[in-house]
Design a protein around this ligand. Structure first.
Ligand code: F6R
Length: 365
């Protein structure tokens, strides 16, 4: 049932090209029109929305952080991302002009269900992004977008995350096109890139052997830092969570500009730092942050966009993300981070598919 793979997680990482394709299927028509069958939000309703909440837990929360950047950029509506267990108890400011998007692979996470109910009780329309047809969250929400990732068995979420990102990009485009905040050409360019991601995701899986070798040399790390700016910061959070949950190596994700405000004190000779530098408009800033780390002896594995060789010779190792628009890069940038976490855990002899203390579906708070 693992299709020849040693673990479900590795199988599910490899299923991502198809999962992305399936989640896009039929939803982009005529180059730049978005069709979300179970989402019935009208232009009138969208024009009245003055705030969007994205609420979720864990990996789904990290998908929400990407969603915030993208919805704000495309649709120019303020977005707040919140952890469901916080949102539900803090009396968030919600009214009928608020749109709430809940994200949940299982559709059964107790805190996310409670957050959904809290939003509805206060008059907010709720759109659910979920992977399970007929799940509690799909039934309670007003509208649903399914991620067609197929069953995810490994506790560590992989293909659910990438397809949640796809769903969030589609919502962002839909809102923006209806609102008129994005021009048609730009929307078409984004749509074209989204359609090419399954192929690019396939290419990036070729880094497997290199990442396995890297993991074999670094699985003894005590602390790992993931750095990025903008969308790369959002991806850094997810990469860091993957490493923690399956390899039990302590790691933290930092917005690279925050380094000087404390974290830099933790960088010593040989500290492993994963630097994400796919965002071209932030590249120069990221480059200075990377130098701050290398100057202090940090050992840097960087990810950059293909065609940008400026990190060669500055960091220990650079891996290249297939050239894509920086706006959609997170969907493929996360894949090598999943592989890295996977191989670190395998090298340490961890139970990859069933990490200690964790359950696949958290139905109690
Ligand atoms: C991490 C992971 C968890 C889940 C979280 C939410 O790899 O799997 O962080 O993302 O428990 O679960 P769902 O998406 O089912 O609500």
């Amino acid at each position: 049932e693992k299709g020849g793979y040693e673990h479900f997680m590795l199988k599910e990482i490899h299923e991502q090209p198809n999962a992305i394709k399936d989640t896009l299927r039929g939803r982009i028509v005529n180059d730049n029109e978005i069709v979300l069958d179970k989402v019935n939000i009208t232009k009138d309703e969208i024009d009245k929305i003055d705030k969007i909440f994205i609420v979720a837990c864990g990996t789904a929360y990290h998908a929400g952080v990407v969603g915030k950047y993208v919805i704000e950029k495309f649709a120019r509506i303020p977005v707040e991302v919140d952890i469901a267990s916080e949102f539900r108890y803090r009396e968030p400011i919600i009214n009928k002009n608020t749109l709430t998007i809940v994200v949940s692979q299982s559709g059964e996470t107790a805190d996310t269900i409670a957050a959904l109910k809290e939003a509805k009780r206060n008059g907010s329309k709720v759109i659910a992004i979920t992977n399970v047809v007929g799940s509690s969250i799909s039934r309670e929400a007003d509208d649903v977008i399914y991620t067609w990732a197929g069953p995810e068995i490994a506790v560590a979420s992989t293909k659910a995350y990438t397809t949640q990102l796809v769903a969030l990009y589609l919502i962002a485009l839909d809102l923006a096109l209806k609102k008129g905040t994005i021009d048609k050409e730009y929307a078409k360019a984004i749509c074209d890139e989204l359609k090419q991601l399954p192929d690019k995701a396939k290419h990036i899986l070729d880094y497997k052997d290199e990442l396995q070798e890297f993991a074999a040399n670094h699985f003894n790390s005590k602390d790992v830092f993931y750095l990025g700016r903008g969308l790369d910061y959002a991806v850094a959070m997810e990469g860091s969570l993957k490493l923690k949950e399956i390899s039990y190596i302590h790691s933290e994700a930092y917005a690279a500009g925050e380094l000087k405000h404390g974290t830099l004190a933790l960088i010593e000779d040989g500290t492993l730092v994963i630097a994400l530098a796919t965002q071209e408009h932030l590249f120069e800033k990221m480059l200075s942050n990377i130098r701050e780390v290398t100057t202090r002896g940090g050992y840097v594995l960087a990810f950059a966009m293909k065609g940008n060789n400026q990190l060669e010779g500055i960091v220990e190792k650079v891996l290249y993300i297939p050239k894509t628009m920086e706006e959609v890069a997170p969907i493929i940038t996360v894949i090598p981070l999943q592989l890295l976490a996977y191989y670190m855990a395998v090298e340490k002899g961890c139970d990859v598919d069933k990490p200690r203390n964790l359950a696949k579906s958290v139905t109690v708070e």
